[in-house]
Design a protein around this ligand. Structure first.
Ligand SMILES: Nc1ncnc2c1ncn2[C@@H]1O[C@H](COP(=O)(O)OP(=O)(O)OP(=O)(O)O)[C@@H](O)[C@H]1O
Length: 470
């Protein structure tokens, strides 16, 4: 391990990778290709050594000269959907040596700051989470919350100011210790594919496998291409592939050296929404099959939920809740998490406790609180007058023609199988409801509703009730 220098390793990488150096600052897209080259070039097993890094630097320089730019805490087990997915399968078969017991990735109290016009500013503060072997995790959060910086710190392109990152129990980044990106056993997939345009698919995927024999390389590349369903495309060049196909090749290339950890930076954001969700689900299967530990960063909740076993919702540089997708949606710990994850409405309510049974009264009736956890949270949320805010998800609100509770349709969004209705209550508060799309009601119409909330989620009543993310 060497002592890290001050500052951002990403900016340093533009001048000092391998034996080569370039004088001009690299555009972000070229820097990403070089970062990716560093992450797929490893000296220990399938790695290529500095010759490959130098080749990538030449490639980076070529692109600069040609002005070529790319278009570019452990979750609870009560999740009915993902409970089984958080086991610890063995490491990928190409990984060197036996994996150490314990988490595959640990991030402990990480802090990262950058120099800016207003001085040095912390963009990550007290970031903490871990991934078990074979687990797929996700950092989900709004733009600028620090997701990519966290990923780049784990990959080795940014140096932390405090805290540490461990892979298989070994510290690879802290203010005192530093392992170069190419020695971390980490693969990276970026959003803009970052394939080498002058190499065909087979050569792209085999890029980081230069120390093995040609026969071994061919066999490994064929396995990786089969895994991502691109076996028939091995002689094509990147420009002859669709975006989704390019991203599969990028994935095969990142998986080929058998990384201990795969990092994915918004890998589907350049694809259309339908393909994005389908690929996210496919990628989950591919990673499970390859038994690869992976960390995804995205601001897209559907992508996060389709892929990850555990998701950390990030706000302002730290994790507000690290949990299964199911619990994030149904049991958000804070209003910020409830607001960011999924659709919902916040309504004023009042906690009532009679004969040891709790419920929340609100303008449309009474919601019984069935679980002790919900009861404890409601009691803690309530102010001296019992005031709370309740969260109602659109699927908690059922359209029922026979219900005496009426609400006015103020907006509607057609979603194929369903309409998302915004409904105005007598108080003026608004509510969201997902209704099968054969119930096509006009704006201004009053429709019957009832509630089917499995659990009642409450927060302190510090703000006025409002509908969110309609
Ligand atoms: N190298 C850098 N130098 C200075 N500031 C930086 C640098 N990299 C990131 N930042 C700043 O750090 C903050 C977090 O950036 P980051 O890219 O990690 O956010 P993000 O959550 O990934 O956002 P997005 O979803 O938009 O990519 C932003 O305010 C950004 O401007």
């Amino acid at each position: 391990m060497s002592q890290p220098a001050e500052g951002d390793a990403a900016s340093q990488s533009s001048t000092t990778i391998g034996a080569a150096a370039i004088s001009a600052p690299m555009p972000a897209s070229v820097a990403r290709v070089v970062d990716e080259a560093r992450s797929i070039v490893r000296n220990d097993d399938f790695g290529a050594g500095t010759d490959a890094v130098d080749s990538m630097m030449r490639f980076g320089r070529m692109r600069l000269n040609a002005n070529y730019m790319h278009s570019s805490p452990t979750p609870s087990s009560d999740d009915p959907q993902r409970g089984a997915a958080v086991q610890s399968p063995p490491q990928g078969d190409a990984a060197p040596g036996a994996p150490a017991p314990g988490p595959a990735l640990e991030v402990r109290d990480l802090a990262v700051a950058f120099d800016g016009p207003a001085g040095r500013t912390r963009v990550i503060e007290g970031l903490r989470f871990e991934l078990k072997r074979g687990q797929i995790g996700c950092l989900l959060g709004p733009s600028g919350c620090g997701k990519t910086t966290a990923l780049r710190t784990i990959a080795g392109f940014v140096r932390p100011d405090a805290g540490e990152v461990l892979i298989d129990g070994k510290v690879i980044a802290s203010p005192r210790e530093w392992v170069e990106p190419e020695h971390r056993g980490v693969g990276v997939v970026f959003q803009d594919y970052a394939l080498f345009p002058h190499l065909d698919v087979e050569a792209n995927v085999g890029f980081g496998l230069r120390r093995v024999s040609a026969a071994q390389r061919r066999e490994r590349v064929a396995r990786m291409l089969a895994l991502v369903g691109m076996g028939d495309y091995r002689s094509r060049y990147p420009h002859e592939l669709s975006g989704g196909q390019q991203q599969r090749v990028a994935l095969a290339r990142a998986l080929a050296p058998g990384p201990a950890l795969l990092l994915l930076d918004e890998p589907f954001s350049n694809l259309d929404p339908d393909l994005r969700e389908r690929l996210a689900m496919e990628l989950r299967e591919i990673l499970n099959e390859a038994r690869t530990t992976a960390l995804l960063v995205t601001h897209d909740q559907n992508e996060a939920f389709a892929m990850a076993d555990v998701v950390g919702v990030m706000t302002a540089g730290s994790i507000a809740q690290w949990d299964t997708p199911y619990r994030l949606y149904h049991r958000p710990l804070t209003r910020e998490v409830a607001d960011f994850v999924g659709l919902g409405s916040f309504l004023q309510g009042r906690l009532r406790e009679r004969d040891g049974i709790s419920s929340v009264e609100f303008e449309l009736g009474v919601l019984p609180i069935r679980s002790r956890t919900d009861q404890a949270i409601a009691s803690a949320s309530a102010d001296a007058h019992g005031e709370v805010v309740i969260l109602l998800r659109p699927d908690d609100v059922i359209h029922d023609d026979h219900s005496p509770l009426m609400a006015e349709v103020v907006r509607k969004a057609f979603r194929g199988a369903q309409f998302l209705y915004s409904l105005r209550l007598p108080s003026g508060a608004e509510l969201l409801a997902l209704v099968p799309s054969h119930h096509n009601h006009a704006i201004g119409e009053h429709i019957g509703i009832r509630f089917d909330a499995d659990h009642v989620v409450t927060f302190p009543a510090r703000e006025r009730a409002r509908a969110v993310r309609a």
